[in-house]
Design a protein around this ligand. Structure first.
Ligand code: NAD
Ligand code: UDP
Length: 311
């Protein structure tokens, strides 16, 4: 049994991770300021004596003795991270400093939830970890992209300078039950619109692509990375390489829900990456042949069931 701290543990990914690590017999401390996360996501865990919930903001130091830290605290959807951009970059940078300082002090292993957004609007396709990215330093997405890039820098420097035991994963678009219904991400938006027979809103011409990963596949990769061999720091891509255009996604969701929705095309959003697909060779090699198991249709059906229940 390990004692594990999860920052952002009441969010979409953090709540699934909390549940899985508890089920595997660990003690979990979930730290969250409830900006985008919610007690509802973890309410079913509250009567487990090995689960603790702490209301705290990662921009402030926090002290505890644990074996491992998963650093997930940060709003992840464009409308939430753009709501207060200064707070977003503070969360990434000061959160990383505070959690790395803690890991150093208590000798814990720490994993950073970085993102495919570090590649920005990529000119290398599919993206490999050695690609440095194409990121606007002051556009609407920069508070998130540059915050996450700075956090990666901090993780690497704490490792080189202070020998902190770090792991960095770059997560590609992930979906599943407990996504926030109002966070504006494409999978949740399209499913909700389809279930309500409302217009499906495509920003731009719908030819931009994303590669969608079901949350359970991410958890498997994330936990394998946390427990990977000493000295392997990453960064490593964790995503599903099956790439779809946003128009294909809309059509698939209309088909799976049997919806009467029509597609409508709205103005493109500024700095929207035109393509995104992970090369996962490194993850396969270093994480015991890890690869995603749940393909889009199966994952969407599970997610549609969830949204049917909550709306
Ligand atoms: P989410 O918004 O559901 O979860 C983020 C959690 O962090 C929320 O519970 C929120 O309340 C909490 N939080 C935000 N600011 C905080 C602060 N200052 N102090 C403490 N808690 C704070 O998003 P998610 O999709 O679960 O993402 C989790 C992590 O994974 C994020 O770091 C995100 O950048 C990363 N990620 C997610 C995706 C994706 O597709 N979902 C892709 C790449 C990276
Ligand atoms: N998108 C869209 N309609 C929506 C929500 C999103 O066309 O209602 C597009 C968005 O412009 C982007 C893609 O879907 O090209 C993925 O958007 P999301 O916010 O889910 O993730 P990210 O852009 O951060 O990868």
């Amino acid at each position: 049994m390990k004692k594990i701290l999860i920052t952002g543990g009441a969010g979409f990914i953090g709540s699934h991770l909390s549940e899985r690590l508890l089920n595997e017999g660990n003690e979990v401390i979930c730290l969250d300021n409830f900006f985008t996360g919610s007690k509802k996501n973890i309410i079913h865990l509250l009567d487990n004596p090995y689960f603790e919930l702490v209301r705290h903001d990662v921009t402030m130091p926090y002290f505890i003795e644990v074996d491992q830290i998963y650093n997930l605290a940060c709003p992840a959807s464009p409308i939430h991270y753009q709501y207060n951009p200064i707070k977003t970059i503070k969360t990434s940078v000061m959160g990383a400093i505070n959690m790395l300082g803690l890991a150093k002090r208590i000798n814990a292993r720490i994993l950073q939830a970085s993102t495919s957004e570090v590649y920005g609007d990529p000119v290398v396709h599919p993206q490999t970890e050695d690609y440095w990215g194409n990121v606007n330093p002051w556009g609407p997405r920069s508070c998130y992209d540059e915050g996450k890039r700075s956090a990666e820098t901090l993780f690497m420097d704490y490792n080189k300078q202070n020998n902190v035991d770090i792991k960095v994963i770059r997560i590609f678009n992930t979906y599943g039950p407990r996504m926030h219904p109002n966070d504006g991400r494409v999978v949740s938006n399209f499913i909700i619109q389809a279930l309500k027979n409302q217009d499906i809103t495509i920003y731009g011409d719908g030819m931009q692509s994303r590669s969608f990963q079901y949350v359970d596949d991410l958890l498997e990769g994330m936990i394998r990375m946390m427990n990977s061999q000493d000295g392997f720091t990453g960064p490593v891509n964790i995503g599903n390489p099956n790439e779809f255009t946003i128009k294909e996604l809309a059509q698939k969701i209309i088909e799976l829900t049997g919806s009467k929705s029509k597609i409508t095309y709205l103005a493109p959003t500024q700095d929207d990456p035109s393509q995104r697909q992970p090369n996962i060779s490194l993850a396969k090699k270093m994480l015991d042949s890890w690869e995603p198991k749940i393909q889009l249709e199966e994952g969407l059906l599970k997610t549609i069931e969830y949204f049917k229940e909550i709306i």
